[in-house]
Design a binder for this molecule. Structure first.
Ligand SMILES: Cc1cc2nc3c(=O)[nH]c(=O)nc-3n(C[C@H](O)[C@H](O)[C@H](O)COP(=O)(O)O)c2cc1C
Length: 300
């Protein structure tokens, strides 16, 4: 099994999953993601109650490349996870529930709900850069990261992945997440950014700020994965601007064991096929027997 990986205790047929927020909020989305051949389905970030999200415009394709979004964590709420789990089980696909909360109490309540629903793992979204109270405010403070992770770990035996975003305290936050019981880290989320319409002389997003994703953030993701792997040697799911196989290979060489694809997957599942084919050929050329042999090889 050249491409098989084991991450956060999940045995996956290959390293490529969808990133949270790209499909993953209805049973039909689970069907589509499985048809794209992802190795695990990651849900949209789930909060306790359903959320409508922000008014449009919420997603913009930027002229300079990349995508800016401020969806506002629109999601069907914790109750809906049961239907996602049963569809994923029927299709024999591992399901990772991404969860979010305004405070520790909400994280715990959602974690209990998704745990009972039978998900395979839980990804803590500690890094949403544009929904006030949910995410990056928690993720930039290593003490909060520790506390949320520890509390969630106390109510579930499911593997926990902590998803963190760009901040000056990223290494410390990662260390705290791991010491509190996270089995792996997902790095990185979108990067807080904005876009101004120069004729309207106004920000374009209704929320003013959004999260930048796609190719412009790829080198940032590679840097963060490299630095966190160098310091802590954890299991990492690399995410950020992967649109071709060599982007995935870079993240693996920096220290990631698995990969999530977000923005590029919005155009369809061909990118997964391209990445898998490219990685397989690359491993052979590099004379490597598995993805795991390539993890962190670029560390100097
Ligand atoms: C439209 C959209 C919605 C997203 N929603 C979520 C979300 O609900 N939870 C989350 O953790 N990340 C969310 N993200 C961030 C992605 O999971 C990913 O971390 C980020 O986009 C970087 O990967 P990419 O460059 O491959 O898109 C979203 C991204 C986009 C573009």
């Amino acid at each position: 099994m050249l491409l098989g990986v084991n991450v956060a205790g999940l045995s996956l047929k290959h390293p490529v999953m969808n990133a949270s927020g790209i499909l993953g909020s209805s049973p039909e989305h689970v069907d589509i993601l499985v048809s794209y051949n992802v190795s695990a389905v990651v849900t949209k970030t789930i909060t306790l109650q359903p959320r409508e999200g922000y008014e449009t415009p919420i997603i913009i394709e930027l002229p300079s490349g990349g995508v800016l979004n401020a969806v506002g964590l629109a999601n069907p709420g914790a109750e809906a996870v049961k239907s996602l789990v049963s569809r994923a089980k029927a299709l024999k696909a591992p399901l990772i529930a991404s969860i979010g909360g305004r405070n520790e109490g909400e994280f715990i309540d959602v974690a209990i709900a998704v745990d009972e629903a039978g998900v395979d793992a839980i990804e803590l979204n500690l890094s949403c850069p544009h929904t006030k109270g949910y995410g990056i405010e928690i993720g930039v403070d290593p003490h909060n990261v520790y506390s949320v992770t520890k509390n969630v770990a106390s109510i579930t035996t499911k593997p926990i992945l902590a998803k963190l975003g760009l901040s000056d305290s990223i290494v410390k936050s990662c260390e705290k997440a791991l010491s509190a019981g996270a089995k792996a880290l997902t790095l990185i989320n979108t990067v807080k950014a904005m876009f101004i319409d120069v004729y309207a002389a106004k920000p374009v997003l209704s929320n003013i700020f959004g999260g930048l994703s796609g190719p412009p953030i790829h080198p940032i993701a590679v840097r963060v994965v490299y630095e966190v792997y160098r310091e802590l040697k954890p299991e990492i799911v690399g995410c950020g601007g992967v649109s071709m196989w060599s982007d995935a290979a870079e993240l693996i060489l920096a220290g990631a064991k698995a990969i999530q694809v977000g923005t590029a997957l919005m155009k369809g599942g061909e990118v997964v096929t391209h990445i898998l084919k490219g990685l397989e050929e690359w491993l052979k050329i590099m004379n490597l027997k598995s993805i795991e042999e390539a993890v962190g090889l670029a560390q100097v």
